[in-house]
Design a protein around this ligand. Sequence first.
Ligand SMILES: Cc1cc2nc3c(=O)[nH]c(=O)nc-3n(C[C@H](O)[C@H](O)[C@H](O)COP(=O)(O)O)c2cc1C
Length: 228
Amino acid sequence: MEFDEAVRSRRSVHEYSDEPVDDDTLEAVFERVRYSPSSYNLQPWEFLVLTEDGNRERLQEVAYGQEHVTDAPVAVAVLGNTDPSAHAEAVAEDQLRKGYLPNEEAKEGLLETIEGMAERDEETNRNWATKSTALAGMTLLHAARAEGLATCPVGGFDADALREEFDIDDQYEPVMLVTMGHAAANAQDTNAPRKFRRSVDEIVHREAFEPTAADLDDEVVTESYATQ
Ligand SMILES: Cc1cc2nc3c(=O)[nH]c(=O)nc-3n(C[C@H](O)[C@H](O)[C@H](O)COP(=O)(O)O)c2cc1C
């Protein structure tokens, strides 16, 4: 599927068919996810992929009972490693070997910078991990769509309960869940009109930032349906 179609046809889908997602398709999706950008290329993301019924039922519990967590054949917990230094050595060595860094001294300098980041307060590093990991989550949604799959990002879950239920160390920030599978033939989400989107004019500010009023009027909604 072309990128434009993948982006435009992606919906947050809540009803899935019984068809499983085969391992090759899952592999193809995550093969793309790993090309997501990240701060200093430190790639803090980790993905807990759940396909067994019992495990998705456990996940559903921490997601306040949201039904699509078990209805979908795949549910993914997207986690961010809050330790910036976790993969620093491999990243710095790669940059040295490929000429992004001129010499060993520059590599050591980069490692020191990252060590300094690791020493920042916890909230800063949870924030730091969330930014890159959320972008990988977005890649996951688009990569899945490109494979013909439907997804739904899920922010409604209890992060502490998730950590406890799946024995996830506190070092990892649960950023989002993603349900994934083949949309049910009668999935309401895919047949309903495209949800309202704010216009390019409203969201893009050229050269100076002048936010528009957030008020939504009927005219805007009608126009958005007509143009998507
Ligand atoms: C950060 C975030 C959290 C979300 N949390 C939930 C959720 O807990 N449950 C759910 O069903 N959908 C959730 N959604 C999906 C949104 O409701 C959906 O993206 C939005 O309504 C736009 O619809 P669309 O994705 O079909 O275009 C979430 C989306 C995002 C980006």
